[in-house]
Design a protein around this ligand. Structure first.
Ligand code: CMP
Length: 212
């Protein structure tokens, strides 16, 4: 308890309205963020204005560690998807935390390794797989994250829109809608408003693994 109280002192809690741009890729950054409530997307923008979501973060997740660790600039932009409460840790706080509890750095590297794995899968998907397979894999990924405490109700609860799914997959919103309909016709999912219910995870996995 004493340790938790000491750590909590280092963080500053802030509430942000829905769709607040927290920071933009390329700018210097010296805060790490932890999601306490709500959700955040990190994304890269092309000159054309199109965006690609790299990942979504929910309560318990952290982001913004890369600029802090490298002493460099933000590698992507971040925006709240809904009203969110975030905990901010500045550089001196981060240094005090990791000096006193070096195991925090081990935990952070573990998460960075998991993110690199997921980025590798995304690269493979973008090169080798069509939209059906990418959507199937993304739905399974979101479901798996909900199983480990992440709110996959998300699509249901209006947190991930088709627009965001499209940006995660790197395709248009119309393509996402069409592909969701196709998955429904195949009996793999059921669409309930904005909610996508996975009916047959095994067959969805088969679609996810099919190549072009
Ligand atoms: P930072 O570069 O400080 O700001 C953007 C943040 O987005 C970055 O730290 C990471 O926390 C996060 N981020 C960047 N790229 C990825 C990725 N491929 N997968 C998950 N998170 C990422």
């Amino acid at each position: 308890e004493e340790a938790v109280a000491w750590v909590a002192e280092l963080f500053r809690e802030r509430r942000f309205p829905r769709h607040t741009l927290l920071f933009v890729e390329g700018e210097p950054g010296d805060h790490l963020y932890v999601v306490r409530r709500g959700s955040v997307r990190v994304f890269r923008s092309a000159v054309s204005g199109r965006e690609k979501i790299l990942d979504l973060f929910w309560p318990g997740d952290f982001f913004g560690e890369m600029a802090l660790l490298e002493g460099g600039t933000r590698s992507a932009s971040a925006e709240t998807l809904e009203e969110s409460v975030l905990l901010l840790l500045d550089r001196p706080g981060f240094e005090r935390l990791t000096t006193r509890y070096p195991e925090v750095l081990v935990r952070i590297s573990r998460v960075l390794s998991q993110r690199l794995r997921r980025a590798n899968v995304q690269i493979e998907d973008l090169v080798f797989r069509d939209c059906r397979s990418r959507l199937a894999r993304t739905l399974l990924d979101l479901t798996a994250r909900s199983a480990s405490g992440k709110p996959w109700g998300t699509v249901a609860e209006d947190r991930i829109s088709k627009h965001e799914l499209a940006s995660l997959l790197g395709v248009s919103r119309e393509t996402v809608s069409r592909t969701l309909m196709w998955l429904q016709e195949q009996g793999l999912v059921r669409l309930e408003g904005r909610r996508v219910v996975v009916l047959d995870a095994a067959r969805l996995a088969a679609v996810a693994h099919s190549t072009r």
